[in-house]
Design a protein around this ligand. Structure first.
Ligand SMILES: Nc1nc2c(ncn2[C@@H]2O[C@H](COP(=O)(O)OP(=O)(O)OP(=O)(O)O)[C@@H](O)[C@H]2O)c(=O)[nH]1
Ligand SMILES: [Mg+2]
Length: 178
């Protein structure tokens, strides 16, 4: 199976997340058609999918999830461990598990991958070249992890409002993602 990979700047992120949820609901289409034709009664509950959200500390994972849940992204604190938010869309609910990105937490990320149906990777496109290289390495590890390598990936090049922000092309340059 091939990985569905989408790289985005903030502006296109909500389109990308919609695309990701569309990928995930494809498998339910037949079932929904069958229900629409054959079943009476209330419409089925929206399907739910479990996503994991990773990225270095400060990349903006909690801020992103707060915004998606229409909560204030002000006063966010660094995530120690993990936190889960249910993000509602018209056709699906995405249960997004954020894993804290601090150095001492990253080594435990893989323990929390099980059961994930999609991946959001957030990176700070205005960070130092060293941090960006660390983020690229973490992304490569995630793309190759047995529990993630067949899943749809959405990569957000965050912090685009900063003057030092790199474009998506500059973030990845000639780096290969497979
Ligand atoms: N300028 C700017 N600041 C941002 C952006 N996204 C997040 N921040 C800020 O970056 C800081 C860290 O954001 P968080 O959302 O806590 O980052 P995180 O990835 O959840 O970090 P950990 O939980 O430690 O892994 C906060 O002060 C945010 O306000 C962005 O796109 N632009
Ligand atoms: Mg966080």
């Amino acid at each position: 199976m091939s990985v569905t990979l989408v790289m985005l700047s903030n502006f296109f992120f909500s389109f990308g997340l919609n695309f990701l949820s569309q990928c995930l609901i494809k498998r339910n289409k037949f079932f929904k058609c069958f229900r629409a034709l054959c079943c009476k009664g209330p419409p089925p509950a929206r399907p739910e999918y479990d996503l994991v959200c990773i990225g270095l500390t400060g990349s903006g994972k909690t801020s992103l999830l707060s915004k998606l849940c229409s909560e204030s992204p002000d006063n966010v604190v660094s995530t120690t461990g993990f936190s889960i938010k249910a993000v509602p869309f018209q056709n699906a609910i995405l249960n997004i598990k954020e894993l804290g990105g601090a150095d001492n937490i990253r080594k435990y990320w893989s323990r929390y991958y099980q059961g994930s149906q999609g991946v959001i990777f957030v990176l700070d496109s205005a960070s130092s070249e060293d941090d960006l290289e660390t983020a690229r390495n973490e992304l490569h590890s995630a793309l190759q992890h047995p529990q993630l390598c067949t899943l749809p990936f959405l990569i957000l090049a965050n912090h685009q409002d900063k003057p030092a922000a790199r474009s998506v092309q500059e973030v990845f340059g000639t780096h290969k993602l497979h």
